[in-house]
Design a protein around this ligand. Structure first.
Ligand SMILES: Nc1ncnc2c1ncn2[C@@H]1O[C@H](COP(=O)(O)OP(=O)(O)OP(=O)(O)O)[C@@H](O)[C@H]1O
Ligand SMILES: [Mg+2]
Length: 54
């Protein structure tokens, strides 16, 4: 399982992800669906270690 609790990612003055909490179950195919600019790529970069919270 992947679990995030109350994660915020800032880019400059902008909060790209704010107070995000999610649980992604192991062994399941999970889609992230939201409008352009919502922060999907930022979330993936967070999960694969390309960026850090804050
Ligand atoms: N390095 C950065 N510096 C400043 N703002 C950024 C940076 N990276 C992302 N952002 C901003 O953060 C927000 C989320 O971007 P992100 O690329 O995660 O969205 P997305 O959901 O993947 O969008 P899309 O569907 O268009 O791919 C956008 O408003 C974007 O402009
Ligand atoms: Mg994207």
């Amino acid at each position: 399982m992947i679990r995030l609790e109350n994660v915020t990612v800032r880019r400059g003055a902008t909060e790209v992800l704010r107070d995000l909490s999610i649980q992604i179950p192991a062994g399941r195919i999970t889609a992230v669906v939201r409008r352009s600019g919502a922060g999907k790529t930022t979330l993936i970069h967070l999960l694969n270690g390309l960026i850090a919270p804050f």
